[in-house]
Write a protein that binds this ligand. Structure first.
Ligand SMILES: Nc1ncnc2c1ncn2[C@@H]1O[C@H](COP(=O)(O)OP(=O)(O)O)[C@@H](O)[C@H]1O
Ligand SMILES: [Mg+2]
Length: 258
């Protein structure tokens, strides 16, 4: 099967300032369906620039990017918007949920544009509900973002990213605002989705978080300097189980002796 993401010698040069910045300098990359990739690298190494290219938010200065067989490098602004809507789901560090709007309505939003205009509102509601169920939040459908914890808000954002049934889920530092246990819970949601066949590419600068992915790519100065499969991958469910046991043990020790 052809890769979902095919990148050939892609470059991005920002030339708006006084000195042009060559942020991505010849990256070639294939990502197949079912992969789960962590994109790592120091600050300024080009991670966000590469994610913007992958997300069809920006076009490469040169090089070829094919998403699900479509040459994105050739598309105009409207066509880029369409392809984003049809093929990609986005998750951000800051959740980006609309305040004073329920979890369910937040998840419905991406369906209100593009090719879903003809879908009935009952069906939209049903599909949004199903996506909240997938991330384990069906019972919180009527809650506003400020009534949800950070981890729950990020799960709503993941449900929103899923609602258009994307080929690829792109996440930029999705655990960046979360404590370590909540981060593992969110990685558990990603692992479950990935098992169901969704391709995921996420930026992280945390090595332990990258260990939950299947493949790690390391960028330096706009080029991929390492590309390797993760050995001894962490499984979120196991790690959460260990955390629970440790918490229970700590409680026992803290209890006063009879
Ligand atoms: N819009 C922009 N205009 C000019 N330079 C930019 C722009 N965005 C990023 N850069 C530069 O490109 C390089 C890579 O940045 P970025 O992709 O944000 O790296 P990372 O996400 O790994 O921190 C940096 O030198 C940064 O200053
Ligand atoms: Mg960045």
């Amino acid at each position: 099967m052809a890769p979902v993401v095919q990148i050939q010698d892609i470059h991005k040069i920002y030339d708006s300032g006084e000195v042009p910045v060559h942020a991505v300098r010849g990256v070639s990359l294939d990502i197949h369906k079912g992969e789960f990739v962590a994109l790592m690298g120091a600050s300024g190494s080009g991670k966000s620039t590469l994610m913007n290219l992958l997300g069809a938010l920006d076009r490469p200065t040169r090089g070829i990017y094919k998403l699900d067989g479509i040459d994105v490098s050739q598309l105009d602004k409207n066509e880029l918007a369409d392809i984003r809507n049809q093929k990609l789901g986005f998750v951000f560090q800051g959740f980006n949920l609309l305040a004073r709007t329920t979890a369910l309505e937040n998840v419905e939003l991406p369906m209100l544009y593009g090719r879903h205009r003809k879908v009935s509102s009952a069906e939209i509601r049903e599909r949004a509900h199903y996506c909240l169920e997938i991330v384990g939040l069906a019972k919180r459908a009527d809650h506003m973002p400020n009534q949800l914890s950070g981890g729950q808000q990020q799960r709503v954002a993941i449900a929103r990213a899923l609602v258009n049934q994307p080929q690829v889920l792109l996440a930029d530092e999705p655990t960046g605002n979360l404590d370590s246990k909540t981060s593992v819970e969110v990685m558990g949601v990603f692992q479950k989705l990935n098992e169901q066949g969704i391709t995921i590419v996420m930026v992280t600068h945390e090595l332990d978080i990258a260990h939950y992915c299947k493949r790690n790519l390391i960028l330096r100065d706009g080029v991929v300097v390492r590309d390797e499969l993760v050995k001894d991958r962490l499984i979120a469910e196991h790690e959460l189980g260990k955390l629970k046991q440790a918490e229970a043990a700590a409680k026992l020790t803290a209890a006063p002796a009879a």
